[in-house]
Design a protein around this ligand. Structure first.
Ligand code: ASP
Length: 588
């Protein structure tokens, strides 16, 4: 037997127990007499006291991250040396025997609680060391708890876990594919799945009725704090179900996952239409943990003589306590607004004169008394606040103020609890392209809202057509999305035609799904959300790399394995590939 138990679980009541422990030297204090070690294993840390006269003089050689096995007894720490910060802080282990299981070179960076001040490339190159840090250990355990709770919840809800393939034809999520060259068919390629979307729909045609999977998805997109090339997705699909059924199942599973980590079940997920989210928060993934909502000032300025406010939309936000922001701060906000697409940004300081709030700004002279009073009332502005107004196209005003609201008010990721929100009634199309074609907001299998079908006809207002798509949002992060799918071939053809996907192209890209739909496809709907994002929110991390064991850097590299890298000429030849020198034209 190597050990009797774990270091991190010893407590005051264990005093007197004989123990055998094994782990790493997290820290050592050697003043020439007895040597103190912090011994770390997967459960945490305990202090070990080693007397060279008992365990041998070689103890002075032992360095950080050496691997030790210790036999000894637990004892209460002497008065005044109890460490209330440490779960094991009431006790220490007096070593009777000590065995070096392995030596270690000094680690290239300290493995203390947080690694924030360590260069991330260095951390990732030695991820096996970085993982020994308590916060990484905790984060991966949160992740495992989430995965386990999701699996349990979905099984309890009668869903069948089915794995779908990694080497496939292209999927329609709209991102760039990663491709894999085929050796057996030189010149041909597989795509790696952007999601299991088409396969889960095939499973519905296949009669599975309730499918789920914790699926790896790959999308060749620029990396960000909340985005990696490969990510894990909770993926589900249901037959004979509508949006409400799906939202109920997902809400239950996410609730179970949150409870598994926090110990408390969140309340019911609140609900907001896409339209309301855009109007009140200027975002389809609103962070509802704080106010500073966008206010429509159209009525206030309906008759205004101020040219800048004679626009399709005038909207404003009130930033509490920022009224005395410096001129350079305010100028920077104006520049930010312009870079986001606004023609300009009107700002006003709210000051107090004779007990009432008044506005101060170079533009106030263009506004009537009544407009000023109504503006203060509409925004609920108080002395000390800063008012920001954007006039112009409604979409632009909402977007610009939505971003400024986040810039100026967003709380840290671990504040305000987890505020889950369903955003429903997304538009089917997000824009009209220069060629007159609508741009789909989701994949092309998304079912339009039944009340809006007539608007798909010639001359209809396509941008007003709602879809039966829904997003799950948490603290301003889009956790995931889903929709009711089109299962009727005629409607699918119509959507493809609107999108400019001809019959031939549709057959080439999704022919196998369309073929399947000719054989009695049940009505079905589904959903998927990013597990990395949920875990990051639960672990209080701003960056999903902190909750992934082996992530890529922002530039898509893996400093640990050296990927991506060249492959040898033999492999290339076998695949029928040749690498063109940079700058040379392709061979015809
Ligand atoms: N396949 C979609 C996605 O990965 C989710 C869904 O519609 O189920 O975003």
């Amino acid at each position: 037997m190597m050990r009797t138990g774990n270091a991190g679980t010893l407590r005051g009541e264990d005093a007197g127990a004989a123990v055998m422990l094994a782990g790493w030297v997290a820290a050592r204090r050697d003043h020439g007499g007895v040597v103190f070690f912090d011994l770390r294993d997967g459960s945490g840390i305990v202090q070990v006291v080693a007397d060279p006269e008992v365990v041998g003089e070689a103890v002075h050689r032992i360095g950080r991250e050496w691997v030790l096995r210790i036999e000894g007894s637990v004892r209460a720490r002497p008065d005044g040396t109890v460490n209330p910060e440490l779960p094991t802080g009431e006790v220490e282990v007096a070593a009777a025997a000590l065995e070096v299981l392995n030596e270690s070179e000094p680690p290239p960076f300290p493995l203390t609680e947080r690694g924030d001040d360590v260069d991330e490339v260095l951390r990732l190159r030695h991820r096996y060391l970085d993982l020994r840090r308590p916060s990484m250990q905790a984060n991966l355990r949160v992740r495992a708890a989430v995965n386990q709770a999701l699996r349990r919840s979905m099984s309890e809800q009668d869903f069948v876990e089915v794995e779908t393939p990694m080497l496939i034809a292209s999927t329609p999520e709209g991102a760039r594919d990663f491709v894999v060259p085929s050796r057996l068919s030189p010149g041909e390629f597989y795509a790696l799945p952007q999601s299991p979307q088409l396969f889960k729909q095939l499973l519905m045609v296949g009669g599975l009725e309730r499918y789920f999977q914790i699926a790896r998805c790959l999308r060749d997109e620029d990396l960000r704090a909340d985005r990696q090339f490969e990510f894990m997705q909770y993926d589900a699909e249901m037959s004979f179900a509508d949006a409400e059924d799906v939202m109920a199942v997902v809400g239950e599973a996410v609730g179970a996952a949150i409870e598994a980590v926090t110990g408390a079940r969140p309340g019911p997920v609140s609900r907001m239409t896409w339209h309301e989210a855009m109007e009140r928060f200027g975002s389809d993934k609103p962070d509802v943990r704080f106010g500073m909502e966008l206010v429509d000032l159209g009525e206030v300025f309906a008759q205004t003589g101020f040219r800048a406010f004679q626009a399709p939309a005038v909207k404003g936000i009130c930033v509490p306590g920022e009224g005395e922001a410096s001129r350079s701060t305010v100028d920077a906000l104006v520049e930010r607004a312009k870079s986001l697409g606004a023609a300009g940004l009107v700002w006003m300081r709210v000051r107090e004169v004779e007990g009432t709030p008044v506005l101060e700004s170079p533009v106030v002279k263009f506004l009537s008394e009544a407009e000023q009073t109504a503006l203060i009332a509409a925004l609920g502005a108080a002395p000390g606040d800063l008012v920001l107004i954007v006039a112009g196209e409604r979409r632009v005003a909402n977007h610009v103020l939505g971003v400024l609201r986040l810039d100026l008010g967003r709380p840290p990721v671990n504040e305000g609890g987890l505020q889950l929100l369903w955003v429903v009634d997304f538009p089917l199309f997000e824009a009209i392209a220069p060629d007159g074609r609508p741009v789909p907001a989701h994949h092309p299998f998304t079912m339009p809202h039944p009340d809006d079908l007539a608007m798909l006809d010639e001359g209809g207002d396509l941008l007003a057509v709602r879809s039966q798509a829904y997003d799950l949002v948490c603290n301003g992060w889009e956790l995931g999305s889903g929709s009711v799918r089109i299962h009727a071939p005629a409607l699918q053809q119509r959507i493809f035609a609107l999108l400019g996907i001809g019959a031939e192209e549709a057959q080439a890209r999704f022919g196998f799904l369309l073929d399947a739909f000719r054989f009695g496809a049940p009505p079905h709907a589904g959903f998927a959300f990013g597990i990395d994002r949920l875990v990051a929110l639960l672990a209080g991390e701003e960056n999903i790399r902190e909750v992934i064991a082996f992530p890529k850097t922002q530039s898509g590299a893996d400093p640990l394995t050296g990927a991506p890298g060249p492959i040898d000429p033999g492999q290339l030849a076998e695949l029928g590939l040749a690498i063109r020198a940079r700058g040379t034209p392709p061979r015809r």
